[in-house]
Design a protein around this ligand. Structure first.
Ligand code: 5GP
Ligand code: ZN
Length: 116
């Protein structure tokens, strides 16, 4: 598996720094965002280091997007959310700050819930 020793999300994968895990399988990890914009804000990442969507192998994106709906449904139920946004920033220009590919799952609770 491909890791970048300076990458914060690779450190989470290697359990060098802690994270609150929501889902894990052989290739994918999901954990709570350190600064949740709404309750249950979760990041879904490949365990292997890929910078962004443009750097993501097809089998990897297929696997991530096959588990995202399952994780989203679990979050909606666990947090009693009304809805959920899926956000994915690719490149600094698009607002990406951590350059290990990740998908944001942001549960929504109504007006004033902190997002949008
Ligand atoms: P981006 O802006 O790249 O789309 O999102 C990066 C996200 O990673 C941000 O929402 C930020 O709060 C989250 N984040 C950054 N460092 C850590 C960390 O060490 N642990 C966790 N759980 N989330 C982090
Ligand atoms: Zn990484």
């Amino acid at each position: 598996m491909n890791h970048d020793q300076n990458c914060i999300f690779c450190k989470i994968v290697k359990e060098e720094i802690p994270a609150s895990k929501v889902y894990e399988d052989e290739n994918v990890l999901a954990f709570i965002d350190i600064s949740q914009v709404t309750k249950g804000h979760t990041l879904v990442i490949p365990k292997s280091h890929h910078q962004d969507l443009f750097d993501l192998p097809e089998d990897c994106s297929k696997h991530i997007f096959s588990v995202v709906p399952k994780i989203a449904k679990g979050l909606k139920q666990a947090y009693q959310a009304e809805g959920l946004n899926i956000v994915n920033n690719n490149g600094e220009i698009a607002g990406q700050t951590v350059f290990h590919y990740h998908v944001h799952l942001i549960p929504r609770y109504g007006k004033g819930d902190g997002f949008g």
